[in-house]
Design a protein around this ligand. Structure first.
Ligand SMILES: [Zn+2]
Length: 91
């Protein structure tokens, strides 16, 4: 049977099994290399106050929080797009 993707949709290469993470949306267990990673930043201060402080040249710390999504949720949320056959074969 032919392969849809050369990598099988993963980035582990010749490695064996990798640790799994829970999808942030549906809770599904996905291999860490297959899951789509999304980093957002949380601001500690209110947006309007933060804007004012930044104008004065203050450095405001932002807290990064990482979310992992399974392929189904990543497509549903438009984090990744569905590609045509000839577009995905070389990757
Ligand atoms: Zn999911």
């Amino acid at each position: 049977m032919g392969k849809k993707r050369k990598s099988g949709g993963r980035s582990k290469g010749g490695k064996g099994s990798l640790s799994k993470v829970h999808c942030s949306s549906c809770g599904r267990l996905v291999p860490r290399d297959k899951a789509k990673r999304k980093t957002s930043y949380k601001q500690l201060v209110d947006f309007s106050i933060g804007k004012e402080l930044r104008q004065q040249g203050t450095h405001i710390a932002r807290i990064p929080y990482v979310r992992y999504y399974c392929v189904s949720c990543a497509i549903h949320r438009h984090h990744v797009k569905i590609r045509s056959e000839d577009e995905r074969k070389d990757g």
